[in-house]
Ligand binder design. Structure first.
Ligand code: FO1
Ligand code: 5AD
Ligand code: MET
Ligand code: SF4
Length: 361
């Protein structure tokens, strides 16, 4: 639907009967009762990052003894093989942005015969396709048009969280040390992915100091990108989660009501667009079911073997448990690939990727 900013804002501030009524609107017209997830393995290629987000518990510096400067291909392949045995179908490569601005990473790349991070990521994804049945999904921050063009060849889908479209946040604890979180830059990356026809995942992070108006703007920004390029397969509504030691350790997590309102608003906005609304179950362990009643229809990547390195203190529910809690509120649970079915066509994928996908079934 095409809602105005005022209408979205009214969803984001709805109370009592009003929010219950909106929740009914999100679910009632649901043609099918299916909630999806992707069985994956999460592999961080590097923990070095040019940004330093106030909420981040992932990034490390080269001085950190345990930092992953650059994960070895052999090690990656070993992990992928274990994942394959467990039936995982997605290799989620998530890592710090522009890590090769750091001399420690440049050195590690040179030692392996690489000049830059993009060439390394490409070869890791290519290895994944050649040596395993898993499909790569890369989420590693902003990439240039040319880098995206290259990575498209070896990724079934890719992703980048918009986080929020507000420039103001660039002056706050959340993003003041993160040039890569400039919304203009993120919108450019997401647009370029659209121009290149890359099936794409994006979303917003709730509870990082944004106003409701800024949430409304962010959702409308994603809607505009989605309408223009049709490449947005899912929108993640992610709640900021405190973990010990982050700069925003003492900041408040978003309330359940605000998450409910945001999921409802996102669902209503994207209802006619065939775009999924994803809420990660591990960040909402006790309340996840409520979001299914607000129109969320995807749990995202769930891993039976790796942790969520971005939110390491939030373990995923076991798949049996996820199924139980999904069934409990009247929905079925179905596995999906990292690329949604409607994108599995030559318009979106090259032959190599189409072959890899047909080998899966
Ligand atoms: O386990 C996680 N998976 C995250 N994923 C993975 C995601 O749930 C799945 O890879 C996609 O749904 C594709 O199957 C992201 C993927 C993106 O493209 C962009 C952002 C994220 C964020 C997370 C995250 O914080 N934790
Ligand atoms: C991979 C994605 O994880 C999200 N992310 C980063 N740190 C946190 C946190 N503390 N809580 C929740 N989500 C977070 C960001 O949105 C990033 O883009
Ligand atoms: C590890 S966070 C996710 C990938 C990237 N660093 C970003 O914030 O967009
Ligand atoms: S959230 Fe991503 S971009 Fe921000 S510091 Fe962490 S790794 Fe870097």
């Amino acid at each position: 639907m095409n809602y105005t900013k005022e209408e979205i804002l009214s969803f984001l501030t709805a109370e009592k009967e009003e929010i219950l009524d909106l929740m009914k609107q999100t679910v009632n017209n649901e043609e099918n009762n299916t909630i999806t997830y992707s069985k994956n393995i999460f592999i961080p290629l590097t923990e070095i990052c040019r940004n330093d987000c106030g909420y981040c518990n992932f990034k490390k510096t080269p001085e950190d003894k345990n930092a992953i400067i650059l994960k070895d291909m052999d090690e990656i392949l070993e992990e992928l093989k274990i994942a394959e045995k467990q039936g995982c179908k997605e290799a989620l490569f998530t890592f710090g942005e522009d890590a090769d601005e750091s001399p420690a990473v440049v050195k590690a790349l040179e030692d392996k015969g690489y000049k830059n991070m993009i060439d390394y990521i490409y070869d890791v994804c290519l290895m994944t396709l050649n040596e395993t049945k898993l499909l790569p999904h890369t989420n590693g921050g902003n990439f240039s048009y040319d880098a995206l063009k290259k990575l498209k060849e070896v990724n079934a889908s890719m992703g980048l969280m918009l986080e929020n479209s507000s420039k103001r946040l660039m002056e706050t604890i959340a993003h003041r040390r993160s040039p890569g979180k400039d919304p203009e830059l993120r919108i450019d990356t997401i647009s370029n992915a659209g121009k290149l026809k890359i099936p794409y995942t994006t979303g917003i992070l709730i509870g990082i100091g944004e106003t409701k108006e800024e949430i409304a703007d962010s959702l409308l920004t994603i809607k505009e990108l989605s309408d223009k390029y049709n490449h947005i397969q899912e929108v993640i509504i992610q709640n900021f989660t405190v973990s010990p030691g982050i700069e925003m350790e003492n900041c408040e997590e978003p309330s359940l009501m605000d998450m409910i309102r945001t999921v409802v608003a996102a669902k209503l906005l994207f209802k006619d667009s065939d775009v999924s609304i994803q809420v990660p179950p591990n960040l909402n362990y006790d309340t996840a079911q409520i979001f299914l009643l607000c129109g969320a229809d995807d749990w995202g990547g769930v891993s039976p073997i790796s942790k969520d390195f971005v939110n390491p203190t939030s373990p995923w529910p076991a798949l049996e448990e996820l199924e139980k809690l999904t069934n409990n509120v009247g929905f079925n649970l179905t596995e999906r690939l990292c690329i949604y079915d409607k994108y599995i066509t030559p318009e979106w994928l090259n032959e190599k990727l189409l072959d890899a996908i047909s080998n899966l079934s």
